[in-house]
Design a protein around this ligand. Structure first.
Ligand SMILES: [Zn+2]
Length: 507
């Protein structure tokens, strides 16, 4: 309760900046004995309502007067198990740097501070703020490791981002809680000022717009005030749960921390007289977090930055992610995902949970493949090539990088291990599914939860590139199979060659 109230009162500072004292105050609702007339049904009372429920979430709606835009009241919903969500995030993202996160039941003070941040976030919604998914992208990754800087400024300028915790910070950075938790930041304070400050010089609403536009112009070039909308599938800056200005660097640090966490999970998840379901759950959280890091990087492929502007502001709204950045993303996927992430394979964990390492790793690699190699991404690459020519990262670049990292063994005629054989098969299957899609998958294609009209591959260069790629790959697999002395490798390559032949000539 005190932490939920603190989360509300934390907004007082933002309102003071906008010119109001005690504008917002959290209080415990009176009991019937204290005030028998008080009711949550009374439209004058806003509240946070606790819901004893296993749902891992919270929400902050508001009711607005349609005539003036004034927010009249709000009922924030607080499900009990948002605490489980917070524990899992914090253990996985901060367990490597905060010893308090290394057990299944957190101390009240730590859990209280986590509740406080979610409370502030939900209250932010009720004050009229939408998610700002791009906010954390304005912070250079190295600043997230700079103790003095990140403790003073926070790891994201907005609590309305899904920035969760500072997973970039490394143990040797000695960053305290002030640099790990999200809090109401520069962007939020500015947004409250923009929305609430009294403008006595403005006689009409139109006069106010002119003043507000000037405030927007004054901050337009400052990345700390960047707004990235939720559900923007093309802009790598606007993705859920990523932090920092470079996903490759941020994710590499996040993975370093996951590598520190995994061997400790049997100890951290151990509670007296329990089975291994907690170990299984938290290991699953590690895999999920790794998948998130992969996802953040993959949004760079075919990426398009969207910087929302009014028509009196200079510069383009849409810009292509640079070739160099996409190359950096391809290098990351090669190093962290396609090179078998053996750190995930832990016999002490799989022996207790039964988790299947080959399936786990293949699923992560397929997640990367499906994001890199799909018609939507390739269509965006074609558009970039047509627009900016040789500054673009092209389908040809993509396929070249994929082949180089997935078929590393071929030029040196090296034996291919089981993880890599699985990956190579998954890759060839993916090529086949795009070149010869099953009739049922026509029409609408679902990408990352967004529906996009499917691309007609027959009327673009996509098929030509993919088929040419398959022809080259078949020649190489045939040659490698012929000279391979390792039986599993030889059979595998012969199988790939058969599959490629069928892809190119389906009967
Ligand atoms: Zn929210």
């Amino acid at each position: 309760m005190p932490y939920l109230i603190q989360g509300i009162n934390d907004w007082q500072g933002a309102f003071e900046k906008a010119g109001f004292k005690n504008a917002i105050m959290g209080k415990v609702a009176p009991t019937w004995e204290e005030d028998s007339t008080w009711s949550l049904e009374d439209a004058r009372n806003s509240g946070i309502i606790y819901k004893p429920s296993p749902v891992q979430n919270a929400y902050g709606p508001s009711t607005t007067d349609p005539r003036s835009g004034e927010i009249i009241e709000s009922h924030i919903g607080w499900f009990h198990n948002v605490m489980e969500l917070l524990r899992n995030w914090y253990m996985i993202q901060a367990g490597a740097i905060d010893p308090r996160a290394r057990k299944m039941v957190f101390d009240d003070e730590l859990m209280g501070q986590l509740i406080r941040f979610v409370s502030s976030h939900e209250v932010g919604h009720t004050l009229g703020l939408p998610h700002n998914f791009g906010s954390s992208s304005g912070v250079p990754v190295e600043n997230l490791r700079n103790k003095a800087w990140v403790e003073a400024n926070g790891h994201t300028p907005s609590i309305m981002d899904y920035a969760r915790f500072n997973y970039v910070a490394q143990p040797e950075d000695n960053i305290s809680a002030a640099g790990i938790y999200p809090r109401i930041g520069d962007y939020d304070k500015w947004a409250i000022e923009w929305g609430y400050k009294l403008l006595p010089d403005a006689a009409t609403a139109e006069d106010e717009v002119a003043i507000l536009d000037k405030w927007v112009d004054a901050k337009a070039a400052d990345k700390r005030y960047y707004y990235g909308r939720q559900g923007q599938p093309d802009d790598p800056r606007d993705q859920s749960e990523c932090i920092g200005d470079n996903a490759m660097k941020a994710s590499a640090y996040g993975i370093k921390n996951l590598q520190r966490i995994v061997p400790n999970l049997p100890v951290w998840t151990k509670q007296a007289n329990e089975d291994y379901s907690d170990l299984n759950e938290i290991y699953g959280e590690v895999v999920g977090q790794f998948r998130r890091y992969i996802g953040h990087v993959c949004y760079n492929f075919g990426g398009i930055y969207e910087t929302l502007k009014k028509n009196n502001q200079s510069g383009d709204v849409y810009e292509f992610v640079s070739r160099a950045t996409q190359k950096e993303a391809a290098d990351f996927i090669n190093k962290q995902v396609f090179t078998t992430p053996t750190w995930l394979i832990n016999k002490a964990i799989s022996g207790k949970t039964g988790v299947n390492s080959t399936s786990t790793i293949l699923a992560l690699q397929e997640a990367a493949l499906s994001r890199m190699l799909n018609t939507n991404t390739m269509n965006k690459m074609l558009n970039a090539e047509a627009s900016i020519g040789n500054q673009a990262y092209t389908i040809s670049d993509l396929l070249g990088d994929l082949k180089q990292s997935i078929f590393t063994e071929l030029p040196g005629k090296k034996p291919i291990d089981i993880y890599r054989r699985n990956l190579q098969k998954a890759y060839v299957e993916r090529l086949g599914n795009i070149i010869n899609p099953s009739p049922a998958s026509g029409g609408i294609t679902i990408f990352f939860g967004n529906t996009s009209p499917s691309v007609d591959t027959k009327k673009s260069d996509i098929l030509s590139y993919l088929k040419g790629h398959c022809r080259e790959l078949k020649i190489q697999t045939d040659a490698a199979a012929a000279s391979s002395s390792d039986k599993a490798t030889k059979y595998h390559l012969q199988d790939l060659s058969d599959r490629l032949k069928k892809i190119l000539d389906p009967k």
